[in-house]
Design a protein around this ligand. Sequence first.
Ligand code: ZN
Ligand code: ZN
Length: 334
Amino acid sequence: MGMSVKPCIYCSAESVYYRHYSGEYLCSRCFTRSVQRKVARTISKYSMIKHGDRVAVAVSGGKDSLSLLHILSKSARRHGNELVAVTIDEGITGYRDESLKIAREFASMLDVEHAILSYRELFGSTLEEALKARDEKAISMSACSICGTFRRKAIDSIAKAVGADVIATAHNLDDMLQTFIINISAGDVERIAWMYPEPVEYANGLRKVKPLLEVYEHEVAFYALINDIPFQSEQCPYMNEGIRSSIREFLNALEQKHPGIKYNMLRTILKVSKVLRDNLEFKRYRCSVCSRECSTASGICSSCMLTMMLANGSSSISISSNGSNNNNNNSKIN
Ligand SMILES: [Zn+2]
Ligand SMILES: [Zn+2]
């Protein structure tokens, strides 16, 4: 007799997954359902998506965002929600072409509308051209910072253009922890307050939500695997995560030794961010160039500031010191 496979604790079919932090053995069907249920609970707990909302799902073509689209598509109709997958084309030869194709085909398979907005359409240049300008003007910003600054504005623009009420992004539990530690390292208390998952409505009428925030990164990957979700595995050629990948490794080593510790950390982050959200006063400004809402008192949003720097060089423009213009905390590519 060989080693026996443990049965699923819910239906006694053969298990394919052992959930370390809870001790559950799960078959693929029960695993899939458990992830879908967890996401549904997160959405309702933090009032992320309301009945009848039109939801723009930011889809990059990676496993996290395609899994998010898959999960939301299973429950959208039941909740009276329309989904539209939105993809940003940064203009990265080769890399983006493949993921655009994957995103388009997967959305069509799920019968979900798909829209694309390119940096060239919105900003007049591709990421590659922007990076060339950065080098010529000797601007010290990483490719990820530049791309993240543009991407946040591009996602807002396309969500607005497709008539969405909510933007859903695929940040998972691991992303949340990494962002929290980055914010602690940078002394950015306001950004910690913004991490609280209950969405606020921005001046443009949009809300932003992260339905996967309570799901471990490796469970999102496993969800994609067992549900045959085709995703781009190739990494962005400009990716340079620096501190984020050090933090990821540290947290994974910790979780290995102490199963469930990531989840406990998330619980604490949610409490801390709630207290901060309730007690900090947020000043909001309008960008004088594009009229988008921004947090910088300079009156110019980070994206317009960056566009000006790339056109004119940074010598004439000073970047505000609150960090909004030059970090990539939320610029992770899903
Ligand atoms: Zn089962
Ligand atoms: Zn602006």
